[in-house]
Design a protein around this ligand. Structure first.
Ligand code: ADP
Ligand code: MG
Length: 693
């Protein structure tokens, strides 16, 4: 039913609700849940109000009211414990007349600090009688709001009234959205009960039941949708059956300079089982920086080659592609498999050669960047695509790779990421992918000591760097480059590099500088100088060189560390501690930091576990902002459930979704018709990730 039919909503409010909250029906309004509740039965004393409190309610008498320069109404109130100034910029006249000195009101707002005192801007005002009359439920929902909504007269109070009307008018028309049998088995309250109590809780326990039911429903359908796609695909899509291990794999394996870790072995077994199953592999490989994913990639590629197919390894940047290519040469040497590199800066003649090698099949493994998915690249028989650091590839690019399939069945896909994604998020983002985790670092890794320092410590830092260099170690100094086009960032990098070269003068010290604005060959020259040990210090921006492997580097200095996200800091730190020397990560920050930045820096100093950091990151920022997911975004927007906090409900919901689909993969049984119908709702239409990665 159109929201306009709701008493209290005219065309103006209707269009506001639609614009600001995307609500255009009464049913839609009812599915907009409070994100908090206020206990309207309790009051905060003025002397106890603090700026770090959320919204509070006070009961106070008006002392005096002043209109200042016709622009601002200042109202002083007192509740006996102290005085408080309330400030109004709008509705001045009306409020001035309402708030007669001497009378008592209930004010509801957020305490803020101003000039060393506490005040309250634009509190909601209730008379004591009104508030008593509204009385019964003591918990009042607080709804998402915007400046425009408030200006349009849709305040918190109005919202509560609209919800009341919506329940009365709309609820009878709302049909139950969970099937009877699941409600019973999963202990869910009916939808009508849930909607009533989520908006106007009868008591705490009813609110809990309502919440559980609504969260469960949301997560259940999300998982059902993802898993259904997976079931359908694994039945329909044929994969290339790669039943051999192959001699190339064995040749490489037998000459490895180190034994594989248990986790590497386990993951390779999982991959091998996928590849020989006759179904297409769609696997996400997660592993912390330095966990040895490259090794797994090489062995996986060799399985494809051993079965007569080609494999490609795609990296997000030129430097990473080069590094991969270089790294895998030593592992490929004993196998005799021909490999090649193709990037944007490959020369035309090289390019031609590579193109023909791919077309006639003489190249078994190709490493490259986006250049690999250009239309003129033709494979003879691409059987496997390995995508490193997938979050930097756009959706479109991945689907182009997919279309390179030339042998009837789509290539197997292995997506590797070093951004540890919390399990709950992985289940949602990649609900239809299988996930492998390398949860063990190669032996002999030394923990990296992480230190936080501010500007005053810089001389001490430089001395420390000199000492390390004197011991034969190398040093990274990284500047933030959040936005590649941002001038300021380059300026700080250039100024920083200059200072380093002054403080560490040539020829005693050798400094290489690398950033995205350099020509590719300059970049490569400088990188190689550092990798080969000809430079002691590498000054670089964060975006480009994250993947470099220089075991002799023992110190990572991160400038303006407060500007980096947790997972990026962690990635950068993973560049050191790869050799046998004790390694350090120094986080340089300004003296003033936001609460979140400080928390990030403290976490970095406290733990080296990437998954722990990722969980914390998600709790702090919410999953939508989690690094590595901004581009893909969540495939669904959640109304009430939180991936960060509702992991347990998510797991339960997923198990139920799975068990429903095990019995009835196409949801054709009578009792599952409601599920089918709900899944068709736009909300649960999730992009098919398997097709794009
Ligand atoms: P990732 O790509 O996961 O960050 P890499 O594959 O670059 O990690 O591996 C990091 C380093 O560890 C490399 O120098 C690699 O040769 C080495 N390495 C990989 N696997 C092992 C292992 N099982 N034992 C010892 N060293 C290993
Ligand atoms: Mg790597």
């Amino acid at each position: 039913m159109d929201i306009q039919f709701l008493p209290g909503v005219g065309p103006k409010r209707a269009s506001l609700l639609k614009k600001e909250l995307a609500v255009d029906t009464i049913g839609g309004l009812l599915r907009l849940y409070p994100f908090r509740y206020i206990d309207r039965s309790s009051f905060v004393r003025i002397c106890e109000a603090r700026p770090d409190m959320a919204y509070v309610q006070i009961k106070a008498r008006v002392l005096r009211t002043d209109i200042i320069e016709k622009k601002r109404l200042s109202v002083w109130v007192s509740d006996g414990s102290g005085d408080l100034e309330l400030v109004f910029f709008k509705g001045i006249k009306w409020t001035y007349e309402k708030l007669k000195p001497g009378s008592e009101f209930i004010f509801f707002g957020k305490p803020t600090a101003f000039n060393g005192r506490i005040n309250m801007i634009h509190p909601e005002v209730d008379t004591v009688q009104d508030s008593a009359a509204a009385g019964s439920p003591s918990m009042t929902g607080v709804y998402p709001s915007t400046e425009k909504l408030k200006n349009g007269g849709i305040t918190g109070k109005v919202m509560n009234r609209l919800m009341e009307a919506a329940l009365e008018k709309g609820l009878p028309y709302i049909e139950e959205s969970m099937p009877e049998h699941l409600m019973r088995q999963c202990g869910l309250v009916p939808l009508h009960f849930a909607l009533r109590n989520i908006h106007f809780p009868m008591d705490m326990s009813s609110l809990e039941k309502a919440r559980y039911r609504l969260k469960f429903e949301e997560l259940f359908y999300l998982q059902l949708s993802l898993l259904k796609q997976k079931y359908v695909r694994s039945r329909a899509e044929q994969g290339i059956r790669m039943s051999l291990v192959g001699s190339a794999f064995n040749a490489c394996y037998d000459s490895l300079p180190f034994p594989l870790t248990g986790a590497q072995k386990r993951v390779i077994t999982e991959i091998r089982n996928d590849m020989k199953s006759g179904h297409q592999m769609n696997r996400l490989l997660q592993g912390d920086v330095g966990s040895g994913k490259t090794m797994v990639a090489v062995l996986t590629a060799l399985i494809a080659v051993g079965n007569g197919y080609q494999a490609c390894i795609m990296a997000p940047t030129e430097v990473l592609a080069q590094q991969h290519y270089k790294n895998i040469q030593k592992f490929l040497a004993p196998t005799g498999v021909k490999s090649a590199l193709l990037t944007g800066s490959s020369k035309t003649s090289e390019r031609k050669e590579v193109h023909s090698g791919l077309e006639d099949g003489s190249i078994g493994i190709i490493v490259g960047t986006h250049a690999l998915i250009e239309d003129n690249v033709v494979f003879r028989n691409l059987g496997l695509a390995i995508i490193d650091e997938q979050h930097r590839f756009g959706v479109e690019q991945r689907s182009r790779l997919w279309r390179k399939a030339s042998c009837g069945a789509p290539p197997h896909v292995l997506v590797m990421t070093a951004t540890p994604i919390p399990r709950t998020l992985a289940m949602t983002l990649y609900g239809d992918l299988d996930v492998s985790v390398i949860d063990e670092l190669p032996p002999g890794r030394k923990p990296v000591q992480t230190i936080h320092a501010t500007e005053g410590k810089r001389p001490a830092l430089y001395k420390f760097l000199r000492d390390q260099i004197a011991l034969g170690r190398q040093v990274f100094i990284v500047y933030p480059l959040i936005n590649e086009t941002e001038k300021l960032d380059y300026q700080s990098l250039e100024a920083g590099a200059e200072e380093i070269m002054q403080k560490f003068p040539f020829p005693q010290y050798k400094t290489a500088v690398v950033h995205g604005k350099q020509q590719n060959d300059v970049k490569k020259f400088n990188m190689d100088a550092f990798a080969a040990g000809r430079a002691d210090i590498l000054v670089a921006t964060s975006v480009i060189e994250v993947g470099v492997d220089v075991p002799n580097a023992s110190v990572m200095v991160i400038e303006s560390a407060e500007r980096f996200g947790l997972s990026q800091l962690h990635q950068l730190r993973g560049r050191v501690g790869r050799g046998c020397e004790k390694s350090y990560c120094v986080l340089m920050t300004g003296p003033k930091m936001s609460k979140e930045s400080r928390h990030r820096i403290e976490l970095m100093c406290a733990t080296e576990n990437g998954f722990e950091l990722a969980e914390e990151d998600m709790k702090m920022r919410g999953p939508g902002d989690l690094e590595g997911t901004q581009q893909s975004g969540l495939p669904i927007s959640l109304n009430i459930a939180s991936l960060a906090k509702d992991g347990i409900i998510l797991n339960t919901a997923r198990d139920w979704a799975d068990s429903v689909l095990k019995d009835d993969p196409t949801l054709t049984a009578d009792k599952n018709q409601l599920l089918r119908k709900e899944l068709r709702k736009e909300k649960y239409q999730i992009k098919d990730y398997s097709k794009i990665s």
